[in-house]
Design a binder for this molecule. Structure first.
Ligand code: AOS
Ligand code: ZN
Ligand code: ZN
Ligand code: ZN
Length: 427
């Protein structure tokens, strides 16, 4: 389904008076505090978050999956869903594909279809954590790190194929996440597994086009529960540093052991110019892949505080990271879930833009911890929702994305179009 622009305008009209009052109040207060509100709105509007093709259907867990109906059955339908999200919120103008779940048979046609929705292709994701039906050798005991060269060659070739697919779509990055590791002490030689992974990545790196990046994602455990070859940011950074200029680390928020200081990892990677991408989600325990901002919004703000500092510091050597969501689960409508995630990201970003950096640095230089906290929390506790809504409205989006989604009965229409029992390709 396509969004009817007039319907959107009418819906915005209903919310206009309330919105105007909130926006005027916030804008006036921020202006009094020395902020340039029009500039803030431009920055908010410029932040575009890629939607993962695997999040458009109900994700489920290893215990089960409860389809919600009307889910996209093809890549074309996935693009239509992201197009709809983008038309509503104007903040999800990119899609991150997963190969082989989303093989573009005709790249030019798929690219044109995406363009018709104002979408570009962000990083393409390879998959050597599952066996494909016709696969000659199994990844049960690893892929890029496998003890047998023939298996490694297969996995390397898959990654090169993914790059080729991505080239056809105008994508400029490959994200590699490996499940390689071991379940029991003694099962694997850590050093050999690392060395083999490095060698495999070097072969993939050689096949990267000049203007491409490879993003190396890390995760401490799951599906392997004793060791994971690329377990943490240090290992990812070590690989990226050995590979060269086009290799970067990718931070997935759910891929840290409890209480890890993720904002400090972000700061360090950006200082080194090695933060290439982000997978946003939220979690209480592990890689829970919950809606962004649903559990720890303050942590998300602190992470954005480092990201904004890293991007706006005149001495920065870090390219703008690729922003992607990596969340999907069982209970919400996946499209509402994604609207909430994009909103949470834009809110945290906006709050981070409000941090008074000069005053914060002065407080730090004076070792004034209380003042530093006041500065951060003043920004975090500012209700910026009307700024985010104003930026979205100026871009042609909805003041209240979920309100519009429900008002239009989008899910009912999708069920009518696609049926109640739909299994999207992928997870
Ligand atoms: C897995 O835990 C990772 O987050 C990866 O990014 C993975 O490729 C993605 O979630 C698709 O399964
Ligand atoms: Zn991820
Ligand atoms: Zn994950
Ligand atoms: Zn995840």
């Amino acid at each position: 389904m396509k969004l009817d622009a007039q319907h959107l305008q009418a819906h915005n009209q209903q919310a206009a008076a309330d919105h105007r009052a909130a926006f005027d109040y916030t804008a006036a207060r921020l202006t009094r505090h020395g902020h340039d509100v029009p500039r803030l709105l431009d920055k908010i509007a410029a932040l575009q978050i890629a939607i993962p093709s695997w999040a458009l259907g109900t994700g489920g867990t290893r215990f089960g999956r409860f389809s919600g109906g009307g889910e996209p059955r093809t890549l074309e339908e996935k693009i239509a869903d992201v197009g709809l999200l983008h038309a509503i919120n104007r903040g999800s103008g990119a899609i991150s594909l997963h190969i082989p779940w989303d093989i573009p048979q005709d790249a030019a046609a798929i690219r044109a279809l995406a363009q018709s929705y104002d979408l570009v292709f962000d990083a393409v994701n390879s998959n050597t954590f599952q066996d494909q039906p016709d696969q000659a050798l199994s990844y049960k005991f690893g892929s890029l790190s496998h003890s047998d060269k023939a298996y490694r060659r297969l996995a390397v070739q898959h990654n090169i194929d993914v790059i080729r697919h991505g080239e056809g779509l105008g994508s400029r990055a490959l994200t590699v996440w490996l499940s390689d590791g071991s379940c029991f002490p003694g099962q694997q030689n850590f050093r050999k597994a690392f060395q083999r992974t490095l060698e495999s990545l070097q072969e993939i790196y050689t096949a990267l086009p000049a203007d491409w990046k490879v993003l190396i994602e890390y995760k401490p455990y799951e599906p392997n529960f004793y060791s994971t070859v690329i377990q943490d940011w240090g290992t990812s950074h070590l690989l990226a540093a050995k590979l060269g200029k086009k290799a970067y680390s990718l931070v997935d928020l759910g891929h840290h052991l409890p209480n890890t200081n993720i904002e400090q990892i972000v700061a360090t990677l950006m200082m080194e110019g090695k933060l290439g991408g982000f997978h946003f989600n939220d979690s209480k325990y592990g890689d829970d892949d919950l809606t962004v901002g649903s559990i720890r919004p303050y942590q998300l703000f602190l992470i954005f505080n480092e990201l904004v500092y890293g991007m706006e510091d005149p001495a920065t050597i870090n390219p703008t990271p690729a922003w992607m969501i990596d969340a999907s689960h069982n209970v919400k409508d996946p499209l509402e879930d994604l609207l909430q995630s994009v909103e949470a990201i834009r809110i945290a970003y906006t709050q981070a833009l409000l941090v008074n950096r000069e005053e914060l640095e002065a407080a730090r230089e004076n070792n004034d911890a209380a003042r530093a906290q006041e500065i951060l929390q003043d920004a975090f506790r500012t209700d910026v929702r009307s700024l985010v809504a104003e930026a979205r409205q100026r871009q042609g989006g909805a003041l209240n994305p979920i309100g519009l989604f429900r008002h239009l009965n989008v899910r009912r229409q999708l069920v009518q179009e696609r049926g109640l029992k739909t299994i999207s390709t992928g997870l």
